[in-house]
Design a binder for this molecule. Structure first.
Ligand code: SF4
Length: 210
């Protein structure tokens, strides 16, 4: 895994990045009657999901067009074959990488949603620190800890990565929806374009970082 790098041109409109993309926009003529949509939060704060929910009454319109698959909004834990996968957050541990690869394998169109998914965001601020030093500081050195405090090492805990990575460093990403978080209007504009088979384009005023 190569060290994190910033994607080019981080703001403006929903963007395709990197090498030529072969995945076409969702084609409603070949899709099920309702498109299947999955969402997940990796190393993120759920702010992007909250902003998605801010489309408010347009959720009813969305539900006419899509059926939710795995998502924190449905609490479905397993992923079926989907038309669109929205991924919030970057990659900070081995489980994040596993879930992202699963999304890539099951979603025709994969979207990196928000700054954390696109460039690592706030969690990537730890990238200039040594993970072992950080864990020692938090669990063993900090004032007020019990003398028996230890770094958690349960085998069920996902192993932290040395660096926090954006999604495109591990899998191919079809679209990037910028913002922290992207606004509800940006979500709606992006999704309505995608569901109609158009290349998403965010008009002026839909990109901002609150
Ligand atoms: Fe939270 Fe912003 Fe990251 Fe979205 S991009 S998960 S709102 S910190």
């Amino acid at each position: 895994m190569s060290p994190p790098s910033r994607p080019k041109g981080g703001s403006g409109s929903a963007q395709r990045e990197g090498p030529p993309v072969t995945t076409a926009p969702v084609d409603p003529t070949h899709a099920p009657r309702k498109l299947k949509l999955a969402t997940v939060s990796l190393a993120g704060c759920f702010g992007c999901h909250m902003s998605f929910l801010d489309i408010d009454e347009r959720l009813f319109e969305l539900l006419e067009l899509v059926e939710f698959d795995r998502s924190p909004l449905t609490d479905i834990k397993t992923l079926g074959h989907c038309d669109i996968g929205l991924v919030e957050g970057g990659l900070c541990n081995a489980e994040n990488v596993h879930v992202l690869r699963d999304f890539r394998a099951h979603c025709k169109t994969l979207v990196a949603v928000g700054a954390c998914a696109i460039n690592g965001g706030l969690p990537a601020q730890r990238n200039h620190l040594n993970v072992g030093t950080m864990l020692t500081e938090v669990y063993q050195v900090r004032a007020g800890l019990s003398p028996t405090s230890r770094i958690p090492n349960d085998p069920e805990l996902p192993l932290p990565l040395n660096n926090v990575h954006p999604l495109h460093e591990v899998v191919h990403v079809d679209y990037f929806l910028p913002g922290c978080p992207p606004s509800a209007d940006a979500f709606w504009s992006f999704l309505t374009d995608l569901m109609a088979g158009r290349t998403p384009h965010l008009g002026h005023g839909l990109i901002h970082y609150d």
